[in-house]
Design a protein. Structure first.
Lengths: 60, 254
């Protein structure tokens, strides 16, 4: 997996679901390619990652 | 005023209370269901949920799990964090809840939350806070109900022991004891008046009268497990007492 586009200070928001890639991507990574696709493998299916600090949900 | 317990267990109790009015019995019932402070999940913080249910569905299910509550808890009691971290394949139940306070735990280990498949995981923290049933049903500590105690009077002088009332009673509360009719377990009467009607058909007039006593009540309390049923009664009385005292202080200050 190439780290050419990735910048460490950007939070990773998406993940490529390609079994051989599984790259975690930031918004900056996606801005460097045309359309919505993984800049490393070209995979077009990305899933959104959960925030590290958790998601607060009301029990109502 | 007299109180006699017919049954008393951790989860339910039934008492015959003499010398109270219907409005007071109803106030007690309403306070038990809506104004006793108990712990329940308010929010959950989800760190990972790769299972089949949405975060909101899991939060709703977790919120409805009743938690044990110390008797002296109040609105000012601190919140309790309960953590859950389960990896599939398994069923996540309330047995997987790890509480930081041993006094605030699920009332049973058997509440199912979600079934996880292979490679799925649920990791979250539950924020348990004290609340009231009037705000949401997850803070309702139990159920309470009451009914008037029945007075079943049989005119034994004119009764010809035809037995029609014995056949008519759906709960078999009237029995023949020698040459008189006796009432067993009058508290189970549901005021259907089938005995009165059967007696009136067999005779010129009904020789049985079933009437509710105005100041004697059968009070039933069922606890969901937050605290023993008997404690619900005593806590509810304390809530009423505090309200009356607060009103009295405001009146004297006005």
């Amino acid at each position: 997996m190439s780290e050419a586009f990735s910048t460490d200070d950007e939070p990773k928001m998406y993940k490529c679901i390609n079994k051989e890639c599984k790259a975690e991507l930031s918004l900056a990574d996606l801005e460097n390619v045309q359309g919505v696709k993984c800049p490393f493998c070209g995979g077009r299916v990305l899933i959104k990652l959960r925030a590290q600090d958790g998601k607060r949900v009301s029990c109502e | 005023m007299k109180v006699r317990f017919l049954s008393d267990s951790e989860t339910s109790c039934t008492a015959v209370i003499e010398g109270i009015s219907a409005p007071f019995a109803n106030a007690l019932r309403r306070v038990i269901m809506t104004e006793i402070p108990v712990y329940a999940g308010k929010d959950i913080i989800i760190y990972e949920n790769s299972g089949p249910l949405f975060d909101e569905v899991i939060a709703h299910r977790i919120g409805l799990v009743p938690l044990t509550t110390p008797k002296d808890s109040s609105e000012d009691s601190k919140s309790v964090i309960i953590s859950v971290d389960v990896a599939g394949p398994s069923m996540v139940t309330s047995a997987d809840f790890v509480s930081e306070d041993p006094d605030v735990v699920p009332t049973s280990d058997g509440f199912p939350i979600v079934k996880l498949g292979k490679g799925q995981r649920l990791k979250c923290n539950i924020e348990g806070v004290v609340g009231y049933g009037k705000d949401h049903t997850r803070w309702q500590p139990g159920l309470a109900s009451y009914k008037n105690y029945p007075s079943i009077v049989i005119d034994t002088v004119q009764c010809n022991l035809c037995g029609s009332c014995i056949k008519a009673c759906p709960r078999a509360l009237i029995q023949k004891d020698g040459d008189v009719l006796t009432v067993v377990d009058a508290g189970s009467c549901m005021f259907c008046r089938a005995c009165e009607e059967a007696c009136a058909q067999s005779n010129e007039k009904s020789l049985i009268s079933v009437t509710p006593l105005k100041d004697v009540f059968i009070f039933m309390v069922e606890s969901y497990g937050a605290m023993p049923a008997k404690d619900l009664l005593s806590t509810a009385l304390m809530v009423i007492e505090n309200k009356a005292r607060a009103l009295d202080q405001n009146l004297s200050g006005a």
